[in-house]
Design a protein around this ligand. Structure first.
Ligand SMILES: [Zn+2]
Length: 535
């Protein structure tokens, strides 16, 4: 008799915006945090930790308003300080004021740290855990406790480490999270220690927070699940201090696609959301203005690439011969470097993603593929710039009207003394536009050349002006690419309209103004297409 087991729920907790923000060189703005949180929400992540309210102005502002996410939006902070009451601790008060669904406290669980770092007693540390959780629960929050240095603490003094975890559970914390803060614990150790913990605290209240200092954060997370833990904390692309946190972008497909986990567990990421994972991973890198890791498991550009030869022909006969999972499952692509067919299916997949319907045998697909290849070779990044890709595709398919022509533009940057004798830099742009039979000239001053050009360009588009009135630029990113002999500049511009819809456009040129101009033009034309402006 076959016994069907109900699958258990495994929860995912993302800390990209809190622990991931500790990454060297990463500095999230409020707009970054909101965009990333909503991307994680769409993906189906159960908990999104937004930051540490009270610790910096961005996080305080982030938690100043109810953000209305579907995910359990979580604020992070410390338990009350030793020697203070819960009601007389400003840090705790800021945390309790934060507009969040859950609060994740961090507390010491290694006796050595309690003595040396906190300079307090074990009893006071336990009391602080009890008091803080009680205060948060009284405010109606779901509560988590991150047990800092849990594994090192357990090795030194298992009784005390367990007492800290148990204090949180007994006080009603939904999750007690075991943190490998130094990241030095190995999978077999994690597995055997978690097995001991779940004898005291039910596994469906136990989480794992692993760091990647021995390149085993993912393995450690899975080891904890094997031993009974039911929440995994991690970050997108393994962002995080030092060597990073457990990489959710690797963990998620493993949980969904590998039978050992897929047959036993349900996660919040659906099959269709999983198909966006490669896109999510690359979008985060673009936002951080860094090149995606080509060799990243599951989502990297090379993760399913095969060079021409024996492998490639075997793959064409049966992809399963050389692939551990199908790349389409995570929104990645098979790349057989000789195959025209593969390139064509990539373009078709892209078209479907932006919502353009076209027959797969349409000869124009081949032409579009050629154009995309040529342009990507000189630095365009269409994966990051949906709107520019959509325009390029529509143009190749003959579906973009010629709304207007910019017949000439001129940008002038001047440094001089003003009337008060101060040194100032003044930028002015003049743009000549032809709309139908009308010729128009607009001029604008800006705080820099791109800003001035943008203002002049959008000042007067005649009969199209009403369609772009609500358009604004929300982000501008520049990267210098070294392709061959000369450096070229890639500009990515993110725009937003009056309905809050966002899109990204790209421009590439050795000249930054020219690259910016291309991206600005694409943004305006995309908005006209989107609004159904008449030709
Ligand atoms: Zn951490």
């Amino acid at each position: 008799m076959v016994k069907l087991m109900a699958r258990e729920r495994l929860y995912l907790f993302d800390t990209t915006l809190r622990d991931g923000a500790q990454t060297n060189g990463v500095d999230f703005t409020l707009a970054d945090k909101l965009a990333i949180a909503s991307m994680l929400d769409d993906l189906g992540i159960d908990y999104v930790e937004g930051g540490y309210p009270g610790a910096n102005p961005t996080d305080t502002e982030l938690f100043g308003t109810d953000r209305g996410f579907g995910t359990t939006f979580t604020a992070f902070g410390m338990t009350r300080r030793p020697g203070r009451s819960a009601s007389n601790d400003p840090g705790l008060a800021a945390l309790l004021e934060a507009k969040s669904d859950a609060i994740c406290f961090v507390a010491k669980s290694w006796d050595y740290h309690v003595k040396v770092a906190l300079e307090t007693t074990e009893e006071e540390n336990l009391a602080s855990i009890h008091d803080s959780i009680r205060a948060a629960k009284a405010k109606g929050r779901e509560v988590l406790l991150d047990c800092e240095h849990f594994f090192d603490g357990y090795k030194a003094n298992p009784k005390f480490a367990l007492a800290c975890a148990k204090a949180a559970y007994d006080e009603g914390a939904r999750w007690v999270v075991l943190c490998d803060t130094n990241g030095g614990t190995l999978p077999n150790e994690v597995e055997s220690i978690v097995r001991e913990v779940v004898k005291v605290i039910p596994g469906d209240h136990v989480g794992i927070h692993a760091h990647n200092d021995t390149e085993q954060a993912v393995a450690n997370s899975l080891a904890a699940v094997r031993a009974g833990a039911r929440q995994i904390q991690g970050t997108l692309n393994g962002l995080g201090e030092r060597c990073g946190n457990a990489n959710l972008v690797s963990i998620i497909p493993t949980l969904r696609l590998k039978p050992e986990f897929a047959e036993r567990f349900d996660i919040g990421v659906s099959e269709s959301a999983l198909k966006k994972l490669a896109h999510v991973s690359r979008t985060l890198d673009e936002r951080l203005n860094r090149a995606p890791n080509r060799h990243a498991p599951y989502v990297g550009e090379s993760a399913f690439a095969t060079k021409a030869g024996i492998h490639a022909s075997a793959i064409m006969k049966d992809p399963a011969t050389y692939e551990h999972v199908a790349p389409e499952m995570i929104g990645n692509r098979r790349k057989v470097l000789v195959s025209e067919q593969a390139g064509k299916s990539n373009v078709l997949a892209e078209l479907e993603r932006v919502g353009i319907k076209v027959d797969k045998d349409d000869p124009r697909i081949g032409r579009l593929l050629e154009v995309v290849k040529e342009r990507e070779a000189i630095g365009y990044a269409y994966e990051a710039a949906d709107a520019s890709f959509e325009l390029l595709a529509r143009r190749t398919l003959g579906k973009v009207p010629n709304y207007f022509d910019v017949t000439q533009f001129d940008v002038n940057v001047e440094q001089r003394n003003n009337a008060k004798g101060q040194r100032v830099t003044v930028t002015m742009a003049v743009v000549k536009v032809r709309v139908g039979d009308d010729n128009m000239i607009s001029a604008a001053e800006g705080n820099g050349p791109v800003n001035a050009l943008d203002l002049a360009l959008r000042k007067d588009l005649g009969k199209y002006q009403k369609y772009i009135a609500g358009l604004k630029l929300t982000d501008y990113r520049v990267r210098i690419l070294n392709s061959g002999t000369e450096a070229v500049t890639r500009v990515l511009i993110e725009s937003e309209d009056e309905q809050g819809e966002r899109w990204t456009t790209v421009g590439v040129s050795p000249n930054i103004i020219d690259a910016s101009f291309q991206a600005l033009m694409d943004s305006i034309i995309f908005k006209l297409v989107k609004s159904g402006a008449p030709a």
